[in-house]
Design a protein around this ligand. Structure first.
Ligand code: ADE
Length: 226
């Protein structure tokens, strides 16, 4: 997979890719991530990427020209499956979207700022708009990093134990069951006996039951049909 991230703050977004799973995926050659500074695509000497909005109103708007130049340059090199715009009014990111995007070959992610982008960018270039939650961030960079993390860890070969992504919370609309490690007893608090039994079919059943109970208690909305 190749991901091209268009941003006015490349330094802000780079660090999550420099450690842990995302770095490992890059080192293994399973994903390439390229950062494009939108200011490199400006033609004015101040390298401005935003301007006042027509009709008046508070807040600046990202201009279409540098974004057009950047996206068009990328699209002249290869075909992209999606051109994603990170915005609070996009569809809310969930595990299903992450699964779907993890199967794609080439993605562009545009990080918004200020009041957002000129609507014509959305009309002409964007194929998908994604929000990471119902709150407003200062820019799309942190959202893009969250999206990339959720997607990259699902690419086959990225996690050592492939089943560990399949058993994540949300993969089957259930929260994950509780997990324990050594010691088997800590300050009188014991690990459930069943997990020490070695009876794997029974353990599996127990985990399914706990996942269901946890979901019923904490996120009953995941179990409803709508
Ligand atoms: N940019 C600003 N807020 C955002 C959000 N909640 N999700 C994605 N991008 C954003």
């Amino acid at each position: 997979m190749r991901i091209d991230i268009i941003t006015v703050l490349p330094d802000l977004i780079k660090s999550p890719f420099e450690g842990s799973i995302m770095q490992r995926a890059i080192n293994k050659g399973l994903v390439e991530v390229h950062f494009h500074n939108l200011r490199d695509y400006t033609t004015n000497k101040y390298r401005t990427v935003d301007d006042y909005q027509f009709g008046g109103g508070a807040g600046m708007v990202m201009m279409i020209e540098p974004i057009d130049k950047c996206i068009t340059a990328l699209q002249s090199e290869r075909k992209y499956d999606e051109v994603i715009y990170m915005t609070p009014d996009g569809e809310r990111l969930n595990q299903g979207i992450a699964n779907e995007l993890s199967l794609k070959e080439n993605l562009i992610i545009l990080c918004g700022h200020y009041k957002g982008v000129d609507q014509r960018v959305r009309d002409l270039f964007i194929t998908r708009e994604i929000s990471i939650g119902d709150y407003v961030l200062s820019g799309g960079e942190l959202g893009a990093a969250v999206l990339c993390d959720a997607v990259i860890r699902l690419i086959p070969g990225v996690l050592n134990d492939e089943t560990s992504a399949l058993t994540d919370t949300f993969q089957d609309n259930l929260l994950a069951p509780p997990v324990y490690t050594r010691p088997a007893e800590y300050k009188g608090h014991k690990v459930p006996e069943i997990l020490l039994s070695g009876n794997f079919p029974k353990i599996e059943k127990w985990r399914e039951q706990k996942a269901l109970e946890r979901t019923q208690e904490l996120r009953p909305d995941l179990l409803s049909d709508d």
